[in-house]
Design a protein around this ligand. Structure first.
Ligand SMILES: Cc1cc2nc3c(=O)[nH]c(=O)nc-3n(C[C@H](O)[C@H](O)[C@H](O)COP(=O)(O)O)c2cc1C
Length: 342
């Protein structure tokens, strides 16, 4: 039976355990998307703490694909050098690392950038940081697909172990997938058209991302709004695109329209379970997971294959080491220097 500390293999990638560090923007890049020492230290610390897979925060495929000008970017070859440092540090401490390729779409809050979306619907008309986006034309769509592909090429050069395509939280690809934002009537209209865009992005990324490395998609499984998406809708989307070379899915929810999520301990696990059953993909689930027994139970009961932790890992970077102790798991990657604390 699998448990939290059992390894997991996807394609040629073997993770030492099922603990995933959720992608979390640090808003600490310089104004041109470049990483700093903050990033390499931040991620290396979680690798030292025993995480199996680290997902680097949303990293923009275009300048206008950032949420703020503190976001990381990978739209320029010059971004690669800083990312190589992050990858090397994480590998040094035994974890694997994936990059989340992102485009903010209508949620970009940088005043100087062109704000694009499937339809000219503002994210939050009551918040002056959000503007009415420009409806994308065919040329914009082509440019964005190309930006995901070029960024994936840079991710290959950097040496990431996994690529994750951000199609959650109301950012550009998610905007196409939800009827709450996508009002188009062309080929990319409706859920079917939104699915087509996601398929084309995955197809383009897979052309440059090596066959032997896993490709993951992150989705928002519930919009928390009438007529919005539900987990079954996302399962259909994933079933329609998985043949393009999707290995796994990371199931999140919400942030598509400005309404609160109904959050409680492991609140996104029921969505992960539905998507796991309906798609047969490898699934990472989570949402306010803080406790080792709870995380282990999610894996043992087969509700998800991996568990992501976000804020808990900001509070406790060595959470996996402590969890191994409370679950009685013997780890051969406890840092030698810390063994007296075991
Ligand atoms: C500071 C912060 C930044 C975040 N940035 C991202 C991000 O870059 N990409 C993403 O997919 N989710 C992002 N999230 C959402 C987390 O990945 C995660 O899904 C969410 O925090 C719920 O998990 P948790 O309850 O374990 O924190 C962010 C969350 C936080 C707290």
């Amino acid at each position: 039976m699998s448990n939290l500390f059992s390894p997991l293999t996807m394609k040629d990638l073997t993770l030492r355990n099922r603990i995933v560090m959720s992608p979390m923007c640090m808003y600490s890049a310089d104004k041109d998307g470049f990483s700093s020492d903050w990033h390499s230290l931040h991620y290396a610390t979680r690798a030292m703490g025993g995480v199996g897979l680290i997902l680097q925060e949303a990293t923009a495929v275009e300048g206008r694909g950032r949420i703020t000008d503190g976001d990381l970017g990978i739209w320029d070859d010059r971004h690669v050098a800083g990312f190589k440092k992050i990858v090397q540090q994480v590998h040094r401490f035994g974890a694997k690392i994936g990059i989340q390729l992102a485009h903010a779409g209508r949620k970009c809050m940088i005043p100087s950038e062109d704000i694009i979306s499937p339809s000219p619907v503002c994210y939050d008309a009551n918040d002056p940081r959000y503007r009415i986006p420009r409806e994308m034309n065919d040329q914009d769509i082509e440019t964005v697909i190309r930006a995901f592909q070029d960024s994936a090429s840079r991710a290959v050069e950097t040496g990431y172990d996994l690529v994750q395509i951000h199609a959650a939280h109301g950012y550009l690809l998610n905007e196409f997938l939800t009827p709450l934002v996508n009002k188009r009537t062309d080929k990319y209209g409706g859920r079917t058209g939104g699915t087509e865009l996601l398929r084309e992005v995955i197809h383009a990324v897979r052309k440059v991302w090596p066959e032997h490395k896993p490709l993951e998609v992150r989705v928002s499984a519930r919009d928390y709004e009438a007529d919005g998406n539900e987990p079954e809708d996302l399962a259909k989307v994933l079933n329609a695109v998985k043949a393009e070379g999707v290995d796994s899915v990371n199931v999140s929810s919400g942030n598509v329209v400005p309404v609160p999520s109904d959050a409680y301990n492991s609140y996104q696990i029921p969505f992960a379970e539905i998507i796991r059953i309906e798609t047969g993909l490898i699934v990472t689930g989570g949402g306010m997971v803080t406790d080792a027994t709870q995380a282990d139970g999610i894996i043992r009961s087969g509700r998800a294959d991996m568990v992501f932790l976000g804020r808990e890992l900001l509070r406790s970077p060595y959470w996996p080491l402590a969890a191994s102790k409370s679950l009685g798991a013997e780890l051969d990657y406890w840092p030698e220097q810390y063994k007296r604390a075991k």
